[in-house]
Design a protein around this ligand. Structure first.
Ligand code: IPM
Ligand code: MN
Length: 358
């Protein structure tokens, strides 16, 4: 077995509940495959502000820096949402985490599960077979440019340097090699200079991947295509803010936000988190869907080179969907508790596959 240091940042709202279930699953993996996972827990987000006044305390950052990978639950609390003047905000913790750890690529796969397709807001024939992944640049652009107020206005600068485009472009092309061999660059090159830079660099890099087809699409058109013809997309490569928007749009077409994982990678450690937010209304009620976090843990296992272990987790998740061992959001009836779903998946992995097919 291997030994890995895993950071755990449960965060706000339902974060602690879903991370607890992912922990059970990771423990089951460790036990079954003879690995040692050393966990370290840290506060982040609103809970960290409450406890220490800082949405990303140094102690938490240190845990992440020293980890091989870390799992992140969710952040955000309604008490900050309607207060644009709040000086400290939970989101700052997440942005600082991304920037300080150099997590420049945010990877968001969107898979439409056949058994859940009836929950999609789109017509079934449009959604069946959708399998795309967004490569969103995460540490540059308008999110991190100079921002401020003028006497009678405000500004947010959007800047990109060549290397920031190049490094994520390579990751996107490499991902496409293992998929349908197509990259769509989403930009606004008819208007923005940074987008023209993206097109230039990405077109250049595409030459290094002759087997991959590159297509470029304006973001407004891409937003429309995502609804009209989502199967058009395989790997979407885009800058920070367009990626934020397009990935939320893409995330609902499968019909189940509660199932989507994500990874944020850089040169050193990597972060894994569910796409969904902190869902404060459900906090403490044992109703939140833990599958997105459990699937994020599977992405983490892949990243750590534990590929068979990741497959095992995904198989167990598929079993839980197949037999309806799911939370209320995916269930026609009452649904099972967050902890029951986690127990089922952990037991599946602990016992080997036979027991979960029942
Ligand atoms: C996301 C979120 C964040 C973002 C917020 C919470 C800062 O929307 O991870 O997509 O805009 O990047
Ligand atoms: Mn977002």
């Amino acid at each position: 077995g291997v030994k890995k240091k895993i950071g755990m940042l449960p965060g706000d709202g339902i974060g602690p509940e879903v991370v607890a279930e992912a922990r059970k699953v990771l423990d089951a993996v460790a036990e079954r495959f003879g690995h040692t996972f050393e966990y370290a827990y840290g506060d982040v987000g609103a809970v960290a502000i409450d406890n220490s006044g800082d949405p990303l305390p140094d102690h938490t950052l240190k845990i992440c820096e020293e980890s091989d990978a870390f799992l992140f639950g969710a952040i955000g609390h309604p008490k900050y949402d309607n207060d644009p003047s709040a000086k400290v905000r939970p989101e700052q913790g997440l942005l600082k985490l991304r920037k300080s750890l150099g997590l420049f690529a945010n990877i968001r796969p969107v898979t439409a599960y056949d058994s859940l397709i009836h929950m999609s807001p789109l017509k079934t024939e449009k959604v069946l077979g959708v399998d795309l992944v967004v490569y969103r640049e995460l540490t540059g652009g308008i999110y991190f440019g100079e921002k401020g107020r003028t006497k009678d206005g405000a500004y947010d600068h959007c800047t990109y340097e060549n290397f920031e485009v190049d490094r994520i472009a390579h990751l996107a092309f490499q991902a496409a090699q293992h998929r349908s061999k197509k990259v769509t660059l989403v930009d606004k090159a008819n208007v923005l200079e940074t987008s023209r830079l993206w097109r230039e660099r990405v077109t250049l890099i595409a030459n290094e991947y002759p087997e991959i087809e590159l297509d470029c699409m304006f973001v407004d058109n891409a937003a429309m295509q995502m609804i009209q013809n989502p199967k058009h997309f395989d790997v979407i490569l885009t800058e920070n803010m367009f990626g934020d928007i397009i990935s939320d749009e893409a995330s609902v077409i499968g019909g189940s936000l509660g199932l989507l994982p994500s990874a944020s990678v850089g040169d050193k450690t990597a972060m894994f988190e569910p796409i969904h937010g902190s869902y404060p209304q459900a906090a403490g009620k044992n109703i939140a869907n833990p599958l997105a976090t459990i699937l994020s843990a599977a992405m983490m296992l892949d990243h750590l080179g534990l590929v068979n272990e990741a497959i095992e987790v995904r198989n167990a998740v598929n079993s839980s969907l197949k037999i309806g061992m799911v939370t209320e959001d995916l269930s026609k009836k009452e649904g099972y508790g967050t902890d029951r779903v986690g127990d089922f998946i952990a037991n599946c992995i602990a016992d080997g596959e036979e027991s979960c097919a029942q």
